[in-house]
Design a binder for this molecule. Structure first.
Ligand code: NDP
Ligand code: MG
Length: 397
């Protein structure tokens, strides 16, 4: 069988590195076509020398020129491209079979969309692009015969628990196939038991110290506010064509069960595993087959107990905002995602406090937008509007 050619958007990040780890275990299946970075060019340089991709993409033409000279001096043929055009080119190139969408934030939207429009197998880690573009993104997948496989551990777990005929076609009315509910689990993050009055003083270092998962900074903060679960709630509605009332968020502090699907006969199917993203990555890359991921199986003798609790919206106001946005309309989801990217960045930069994230997001949502989404430019306009509002509200704190 010819090798599957893989582009990794966001290769230098947490998901990117885990994807390369899985690829390295399967030299007979995968070949790296392209890698991309944004600020960590040195890390990309080392990845290029190891994987010798056909292309690599950096943020600016200046970075590209410098890196091109460096790799050429090592006898490496990799061609270096720059900027959003470079990302779109490597996501949609005709030679590419699979695109790992692992850029963080709405910055990943255009290349991820380009991969869908080019009919690729899209391995979706970048939930913000789906939250932001919603139906437009799902339409691009369907209209161009792309295959969308979720990498987010919860959505990958849900996918694994769905009926085989739905998995094969990835479309159709899921909830008429006997599915009655999606149970979306989340650990509750590092502050699950912190007195609510103490949350305002939590630092970025404390917020990114997730108890179970090792991830990039933005998603780690989103896990502490549970905005991550909120974005995942919206992501699940879009991916599985579900209504908000068909999804229930369950706090499960041990992160052993990655999500569940409840059927009308009373059965509940769950996917279990270590909190290691190489499992969903390997699943999606090799679907419908299975192969090594490097992850050890669970040792049930070590698991003393599994707990399940309802979420406390007073502790996690961002989760409430996201569920409300999902119940309202796509415009609200796009706006909230944009506001949250800014408020989290400002928190990580030490400019606002932890509880200001939810406050700023709430102020942006209360202001709202008059723009209605019919084409992609409307999504981008709401994204810009949400960012500008959030910057303004952050500056007032
Ligand atoms: P990281 O912060 O570790 O990595 C982000 C990647 O995106 C890096 O390669 C980074 O480049 C690149 N990047 C950042 N900004 C830009 C930009 N403006 N333009 C182009 N590239 C950019 O994040 P994660 O790997 O943790 O997460 C990636 C995505 O996957 C997110 O959407 C997240 O929600 C999702 N996800 C992550 C999980 C995890 O376990 N980490 C689990 C489930 C979903 P550089 O490093 O060179 O600056
Ligand atoms: Mg997740």
């Amino acid at each position: 069988m010819p090798l599957q050619q893989v582009t990794i958007l966001g290769a230098t990040g947490s998901i990117g590195v885990s994807t390369l780890d899985v690829i390295q275990r399967h030299p007979d299946r995968f070949s790296v076509f392209a890698l991309s970075s944004h600020s960590r060019v040195e890390k990309l340089y080392h990845q290029i020398l190891t994987f010798e991709p056909k292309y690599a993409v950096v943020a600016t033409p200046q970075q590209a020129q410098k890196l091109q000279a460096q790799v050429a001096s090592q006898g490496c043929q990799t061609q270096i491209l720059a900027g959003p055009e470079g990302l779109v080119a490597v996501a949609s190139a005709s030679e590419v079979d699979q695109v790992m969408a692992a850029i963080v934030g709405a910055a990943g939207l255009l290349p991820t969309l380009a991969a869908a429009q080019a009919g690729k197998r899209v391995l979706l880690a970048n939930k913000e692009s789906l939250v932001s573009a919603g139906k437009l993104f799902m339409d691009a997948v369907r209209d161009n015969g792309a295959e969308l496989l979720p990498i987010d551990s919860e959505h990958n777990a849900i996918f694994q628990c769905l009926p085989a005929q739905w998995q094969a076609k990835q479309r159709g009315p899921l909830f008429s196939k006997g599915v009655s509910k999606i149970l979306l689990t989340g650990s509750g993050g590092p502050f699950r038991e912190t007195p609510i009055a103490e949350l305002a003083n939590k630092t970025p270092a404390q917020a990114v110290a997730h108890p179970n998962w090792s991830m990039g900074q933005k998603i780690s903060v989103d896990s502490a506010t549970m905005m991550n679960k909120g974005l995942e709630f919206i992501e699940a509605c879009r991916l599985f064509d579900a209504k908000p009332e068909q999804i229930e968020v369950v706090i499960h502090p041990q992160s052993v069960i990655h999500s569940m699907v409840q059927y009308s006969d009373g059965s509940v199917l769950a996917q279990l595993g270590q909190p290691d993203m190489r499992t969903p990555i390997a699943h999606a890359m090799m679907f419908p087959e299975r192969g090594q991921s490097g992850v050890e199986p669970l040792n049930f003798a070590d698991i003393a107990k599994l707990e399940f609790l309802p979420p406390d919206f007073n502790r996690y106001p961002c989760l409430r905002l996201a569920i409300e946005a999902c119940q309202q309309d796509q415009e609200s989801c796009t706006l909230l995602n944009a506001a949250n990217e800014v408020s989290v960045a400002r928190f990580l930069a030490g400019q606002i406090g932890f509880t200001d994230i939810a406050a700023v997001n709430g102020e942006v949502m209360a202001t709202g937008t008059d723009i209605r989404i019919t084409v992609l430019d409307d999504v981008l306009a709401i994204d810009q509007h949400g960012r500008a509002l959030a910057e303004q509200f952050c500056a007032q704190r």
